[in-house]
Design a protein around this ligand. Structure first.
Ligand code: KG4
Ligand code: ZN
Length: 363
């Protein structure tokens, strides 16, 4: 325990999807222990199987936590606050983390703090990047969510836009499956797209038109299912012509180009409309180098602003972002009762009036 900053030592646990992850974070944001165990058995199914995910979390949660504690050089008894992702996510998977956390916290007589998975993605860059502090515009892009928001301070968010159907990561995963690429699709698409020519196939930019106005409901919203259908049509006609194999890289590049175009354009709209020139990127899709580069070109060169994002280990699902968010909520007195539980559709916390999603539901 020597050398650890005064203040609560937090264990963050993440089991909302297919990563079992735990991290120990000190009060001065040092990540003392950090373990992520990815479940690879979903690959053969081309997507996450909820029941298998929950069972795998149950089998691995103890060992993942033990390794994180060992790395940190602390014991369970040294933990002051237990943070855990309580939603949104797969309910069976979430319940493993939440039940584990409640049982251990209860046994040790310590507080537990339920964390919203996407707010955790919002906090992740701040663990590495001092400038990733509000006010900022955030684009959160993961396998289940696509959110554009204006954070005026931690815990106070105006939701500007969100996807109306598929999430950005989901679109990468589905297009990858269609092209015969492995799961998760994002890294596979990015890899093959690097060898392709995006201009060989024309794909739509859904919900992006020049004449949209800020009070139009789709000004900031996203839609990716139409883009996916457009890829299905292109792939089908190429297949009929026996040309799909040779065109895969070009189709992947065209899809990535269209998805990134929309994500950057909507974020730039938020920068222009709010005058807030700092942009934070979070969630698994934010690992994408093309998205990062194009966001930088738009925000830093175009608007003379700043783009912040985390390294891949903190952009993808991890326990450190959960611990960081739990400490923020704990400092505000938000430890939960032992009656509270997980919720698959937990609403984003701290939304102010005028937000594009319903008001937050408490766990
Ligand atoms: O945040 P995350 O780890 O888990 C969820 O909360 O869903 O995000 C996972 C998503 C997957 O859909 C995956 O395909 C996508 O992030 N992803 C990427 C890349 N790496 C992961 N998408 C595009 N490019 C990447 N390099
Ligand atoms: Zn995530």
């Amino acid at each position: 325990m020597r050398g650890i900053a005064a203040g609560p030592l937090v264990l963050g646990l993440e089991t909302s999807c297919d990563e079992t992850a735990a991290a120990v974070v000190s009060a001065d944001d040092r990540i003392l222990g950090h373990v992520i165990l990815s479940q690879d058995m979903h690959e053969v199914y081309g997507g996450v199987v909820p029941e298998l995910a929950a069972r795998a979390h149950l089998q691995k949660v103890d060992v993942v936590v033990d390794r994180a504690l060992h790395e940190a050089g602390v014991s369970l008894d040294d933990i002051d606050v237990f943070g855990v992702t309580a939603g949104p996510g797969l309910i069976g998977a979430l319940l493993v983390g939440v039940c584990w956390t409640k049982a251990v916290a209860y046994g040790l007589g310590r507080p537990w703090v339920p964390v919203h998975h996407m707010e955790a993605h919002l906090f992740a860059p701040s663990l590495e990047e001092p400038e990733a502090e509000p006010p900022f515009i955030a684009l959160l892009v993961s396998g289940g969510h696509t959110l554009l928001l204006h954070a005026t301070e931690w815990g106070v968010y105006r939701m500007l836009g969100r996807t109306r159907d598929d999430a950005a990561g989901e679109a990468f995963d589905k297009v990858a499956k269609l092209l015969g690429l492995p799961y998760p699709g994002g890294p596979a698409i990015e890899r093959i797209a690097a060898t392709g020519d995006a201009s060989r196939h024309r794909l739509p930019r859904p919900m992006l038109r020049r004449n949209q106005r800020p009070d139009d409901p789709d000004f900031y919203d996203f839609s990716f299912s139409g883009l996916k259908t457009a890829v299905v049509e292109v792939a089908r006609s190429l297949e009929d012509a026996g040309a799909l194999a040779g065109e895969r890289a070009h189709v992947a590049a065209a899809f990535q180009d269209a998805a990134v175009d929309v994500l950057v354009a909507k974020t730039m709209r938020a920068v222009e409309q709010t005058g807030c020139k700092r942009v934070v990127l979070g969630g698994g899709v934010s690992v994408n180098q093309v998205l990062r580069a194009r966001m930088r070109a738009g925000v830093e060169k175009g608007a003379r602003g700043r783009v912040c994002f985390a390294s891949p280990r903190l952009s993808l699902d991890n326990g450190a972002m959960v611990a960081r968010t739990a400490r923020f909520r704990f400092d505000r007195g938000e430890a939960a009762s032992f009656q509270a539980s997980a919720a698959a559709d937990l609403a984003f916390p701290g939304l102010v009036e005028g937000s594009r999603t319903p008001a937050a539901r408490r766990v």
